[in-house]
Ligand binder design. Structure first.
Ligand code: HEC
Ligand code: HEC
Length: 263
């Protein structure tokens, strides 16, 4: 009787351990997730960031933009450009410009996001300007996709084409493809209007409008993907999967250990 009960406990223990493991996995994932979103929340730049940014700027940008960011004969002033302009220009690899030319080419990004944040903090400290978006502002889960398509066709397609693949402009420059732009870059492009692109302030296109446009471009990007697993961008899904695999792995090991111990 006693030994029967003891034996029957094994499957139940396993189920409990499974549930516990799932719970722990969930908690770990939530912690990882909020950790990444907290850092991009609407910016209250720290004094340390501003100081670090000033130094990075002096080393990498001041030769053209001037030590105080006031510009020179070869580069525009950044006073009033705001954090969003720095974020856009440096995260797309446009800045630092290798040599003054007609249009800043998109190339490899040489600064980390923390360094970009620091320089953005310093430029934002010079004068008010467009701010970088918070994660909530980039959340498109409730955005209206059809509205996004409409807004895209009326505001963006004449330069970037209906499919978002870009196109030549009359002044000899080109509107680039949008297939590689992140939601953050789409947002910062709209609020800063790089080169000949107009500025779409939040009065022209509300934050909700911007969210639906971002969602629409996302759908264009998804259709552009020929298929297969895309692991080149570590996103929340990949991170979640990683935590799942590690969490489940640990859980299975515990379950096996309990099984062995019970014998
Ligand atoms: C070789 C010169 C050069 C260097 C170095 C350089 N820039 Fe620029 N920057 C320019 C020029 C020229 C423009 C204007 C380009 C354009 O309008 O497309 C510009 C534009 C910008 C803008 C857009 C301004 C606005 O109001 O929209 C930002 C922001 C910027 N640079 C930041 C930086 C930062 C940050 C660095 C250092 C990491 C840097 N730049 C390094 C030449 C330079
Ligand atoms: C008048 C033409 C024009 C219109 C209208 C326009 N853009 Fe642009 N856009 C440009 C040009 C030119 C650039 C490149 C700027 C540069 O290289 O400095 C650009 C760059 C961008 C980029 C950066 C892409 C990358 O990966 O580097 C994004 C994102 C973008 N635009 C989104 C939009 C969205 C969204 C709209 C509509 C709300 C829009 N644009 C409307 C001309 C335009």
């Amino acid at each position: 009787m006693n030994s029967m009960a003891a034996r029957r406990r094994h499957p139940a223990t396993l189920v409990v351990m499974l549930l516990l493991g799932l719970l722990v996995t969930g908690v770990i994932y939530a912690a990882v997730d909020s950790g990444t979103s907290a850092q991009a929340a609407d910016q209250k730049w720290s004094e340390t960031q501003v100081e670090a940014g000033k130094k990075l700027f002096a080393e990498g940008c001041s030769s053209c933009h001037g030590l105080g960011g006031g510009g020179s004969s070869i580069a525009p002033t950044l006073i009033g450009s705001g954090a969003a302009a720095v974020d856009f220009q440096v995260s797309t690899g446009r800045m630092p410009l290798a040599a003054p030319g007609s249009q800043a080419p998109v190339k490899g990004v040489i600064y980390s996001q923390a360094e970009i944040d620091a320089m953005a903090a310093w430029v934002a400290s010079l004068a008010p300007g467009p701010a970088v978006p918070s994660d909530a502002m980039l959340d498109t889960s409730k955005a209206d996709l059809a509205m996004g398509g409409e807004l895209f066709r009326t505001n963006c397609a004449q330069c970037h084409s209906f499919a978002g693949k870009g196109g030549a402009l009359s002044d000899g420059t080109a509107a680039p493809t949008l297939m590689n732009a992140t939601p953050r870059q789409i947002y910062t492009a709209m609020v800063t209007g790089p080169a000949s692109m107009p500025v779409f302030s939040n009065a022209t296109l509300t934050i909700e409008d911007k969210q639906s446009i971002i969602k629409w471009i996302g759908s264009l990007q998804a259709n552009d993907n020929p298929g297969g697993l895309s692991l080149s961008r570590l996103g929340p899904v990949t991170e979640g999967l990683f935590v799942w695999i590690v969490g489940l792995g640990a859980l299975i090991i515990v379950a096996i250990w309990i099984g062995v111990k019970a014998k």
